[in-house]
Design a protein around this ligand. Structure first.
Ligand code: HMG
Ligand code: MG
Length: 301
């Protein structure tokens, strides 16, 4: 089995992790969490979303958070979700976001619930967003949600995932994050989707975004590693979920993934102990135990 020697992680805990939390988390606590994640070694962090504040109240303080954090340290990228031009304008105004993420889906019903538009309409909206981001010197990521199952429609055809990923690729997205939004996939689904994507989309442009609702995320990520995928979205402590995807729970936990990668001898650049400190900070703020098994287990002697 040949696995990559090094992989890249995007820490989505401050965005995907917190967007689904009911209890308000203060802007100061979010900033402390982001700083601690950077201390742990993360170099790309999705810190918030510039979406409608009434739709995702937990992230309504996006501009305040960015102001509080200031510019990222050298070599670190702060990224944020932007659904439309209004979102991009808000992201550009804060001046410290180096990459924006546009997001659509492989199933119509989820996309309508999430962004109030058809897949086609949402992709049309991205054209000026991507152009504007490029002009401002920002990198761009595109998300394809519900790539391995939709909460409203059930199984999703991998050909649909390819169609949407191809559009995002042709529009110039630097990376395309393939989302198992509700954690429906097993490794067989990861294989099916990658078999369709990899002949057309360069593997270095693909990221996997694996929710762990049914405990499959690590096994699914391992299948990605076997296929040469080197970019993964992770969330400290296993926080996460989408308010518009009923039943979706946390992402692949950063601690669990780093523990497995350390064991496989794959470089991550993340210090597991510092990561636990970051998770402990946010655990106190969200007010419930975090899901990550490695976070909860005592450190090995
Ligand atoms: P809409 O209502 O269709 O937008 O929302 P609209 O263009 O009709 O505008 C309506 C009002 O919203 C206007 O205000 C706009 O200015 C305002 P009014 O004139 O009536 O006062 N508005 C905005 N305000 C602030 N920021 C904006 C913005 N845009 C419009 N950017 C929209 C469409 C997409 C904006 C909305 O549906 C929305 O914000 N949805 C939230 C989507 C979201 O955040 N979902 C969770 C993240 S995605 C996810 O979790 C999946 C992922 O993790 C991958 C995976 O797991 O698969 C990425
Ligand atoms: Mg997600």
């Amino acid at each position: 089995m040949t696995l990559p020697a090094r992989i890249h992680m995007t820490e989505v805990g401050p965005r995907d992790g917190l967007q689904n939390e009911g209890r308000p988390v203060s802007t100061e606590a979010k900033a402390a969490f982001v700083r601690a994640l950077v201390e742990a070694g993360h170099t790309e962090l999705e810190i918030t979303s510039f979406v409608r504040p009434d739709r995702v109240p937990q992230l309504a303080d996006a501009a305040e958070l960015c102001a509080l954090l200031g510019p990222p340290p050298e070599g670190v990228l702060y990224t944020a979700l932007v659904p439309n031009v209004r979102g991009l304008e808000r992201a550009l105004e804060v001046g410290t976001i180096g990459k924006v993420g546009v997001f659509t889906a492989a199933s119509e019903s989820f996309n309508r619930h999430n962004v109030n538009a058809s897949i086609q309409k949402s992709i049309e909206r991205f054209v000026p967003v991507i152009e504007g981001a490029r002009e401002a010197g920002l990198a761009v990521r595109g998300y394809v949600s519900t790539a391995m199952g939709c909460p409203y429609e059930g199984p999703v055809n991998p050909q649909k995932v390819l169609e949407v990923a191809r559009d995002l690729h042709q529009l110039g997205c630097d990376d395309i994050s393939i989302g198992d939004t509700i954690g429906a996939a097993t490794p067989a689904d990861v294989i099916r989707v990658l078999d369709v994507l990899l002949p057309e989309i360069p593997v270095e442009r693909i990221a996997l975004h694996l929710h762990d609702t049914r405990g499959q995320a690590l096994a699914n990520a391992l299948e990605g590693l076997r296929r040469g995928v080197v970019s993964y979205d992770v969330s400290a402590g296993g926080l996460g979920g989408c308010p518009f995807a009923p039943g979706a729970s946390g992402n692949l936990a950063t601690e669990d993934f780093v523990f497995m990668l350390d064991g496989l001898g794959i470089e991550t650049g993340i210090d597991l102990e510092r990561l636990r400190e970051a998770s402990a900070l946010i655990e106190a703020d969200v007010g419930h135990a975090l899901a990550s098994r490695v976070y909860r287990a005592p450190p090995l002697a």
